[in-house]
Write a protein that binds this ligand. Sequence first.
Ligand SMILES: Nc1nc2c(ncn2[C@@H]2O[C@H](COP(=O)(O)OP(=O)(O)OP(=O)(O)O)[C@@H](O)[C@H]2O)c(=O)[nH]1
Ligand SMILES: [Mg+2]
Length: 432
Amino acid sequence: MTIYALSTAHGVSGLAVIRVSGHLALTALKTLTRKSHFEASVMTRADFHEPESGRLIDKGLCVYFAKPKSFTGEDVVEIHVHGSQIVIDKILHSLGTIQNVRMAEPGEFSKQAFLNNKMDLTAIEAMGDLINAQTEAQLENALSQMGGNLSKLYLSWRKTLIELVAYLEANIDFAEEDIPDDILNNIHSKIDKLITEMNEHLSQKNQGEILRDGYKVVIVGEPNVGKSSLLNLLADRDIAIVSDQAGTTRDALECRLNIAGFPVLITDTAGLRESDNEIEMKGIEITKKKIQESQLVIEMFDDPKKIHSNNTSLKVLNKSDLHNGLNEDNEIINISVIRNEGIDKIINSISENIQKNYDRNQNTIPTKTRYILGIQNSINSLEKSKNINPITHSELMVEELRYAINEVGRITGHVDVEDFLDVIFKDFCIGK
Ligand SMILES: Nc1nc2c(ncn2[C@@H]2O[C@H](COP(=O)(O)OP(=O)(O)OP(=O)(O)O)[C@@H](O)[C@H]2O)c(=O)[nH]1
Ligand SMILES: [Mg+2]
């Protein structure tokens, strides 16, 4: 089946690119352009016509990528036209009139790329992250993952596991063959090493969360200290209602910022105090939950006398226009939201805090929940396999290891059992 879709965004724009993939891609291009020859990978000028009426649709450019040297691994054609709604509609409609050529489903080009071994699932997901990236850190990580850093790690685990299974299988099937004793004895220690590596990798999962959901910063404090005023100033727009009535904010209000190349989610909360107002109490409950979920708490005060010491939060003393502030050596940031003073110090502190919690040189971060679950499942069965004697009960051990292989393999999309046999034949030369 040959598929097509608009690859650029919908809406009026200077250019639009329509992509066609499949064995009829070149035929489709020839039909629309009435040209009989295209050199692969060379951009060419072309006039595009409606196949039925022969009417001109637009003048543009096109390029043909011969399989397998294309994004999907199939013949691919790109049609570059002006980004006008009517031009796009007519090109798409014209492609639809060609037999066995149909509109692509969402993600179908990437699916083809995966099925044709152009990219594994982690690379494809990284491509999605790249398209959605809004900050430097997200971009860096998406590029690293797309370049295969994560899949290399997962494939290396899978390879080690497959080798272990292959040795154990050889023990079952070809008992008379020579299997080095040290390999069987080493199996447990190899499994231990894998578990350690997997756990180390999982310990980076908070970095993945930062990339995905943003570094969570929550502003808390007593009513009226100026929390909502700070949120509005940071966001540069009026998100929260500001008033001199204590207890104005009830819900948690959020804004997304880009600080030092990281996505940051700032949450303004209901002021903390004893209250018998049911709605306000609900807001305070939400505040407590937000504190739990956050990576950084900004605790705000408006009175120097009320500041107490604890090291868990970043302390900010607001309204410095009304009092003398405090010595900043005490790790307190003096600000005045109304005068827009000291806000850069808050931004710097947030930025420093992120750098402490995120290693930018780390290029294997478990970015998706499904990776984390897969690895956890894999660790569970490896833990179980450690209680099994590989010499006397190799079948049972193989079963656990196969499960672990499947879990790791599902992450990258490698779940082919035939690999076991390959390793056996490669390393043991059985049947020579
Ligand atoms: N003088 C002075 N007043 C400020 C400053 N920042 C905020 N305010 C005032 O303090 C009052 C309370 O501000 P909010 O931002 O609503 O305070 P809040 O902490 O969100 O209060 P709740 O939502 O009730 O918990 C408003 O009247 C603000 O204008 C400041 O730097 N100086
Ligand atoms: Mg408020």
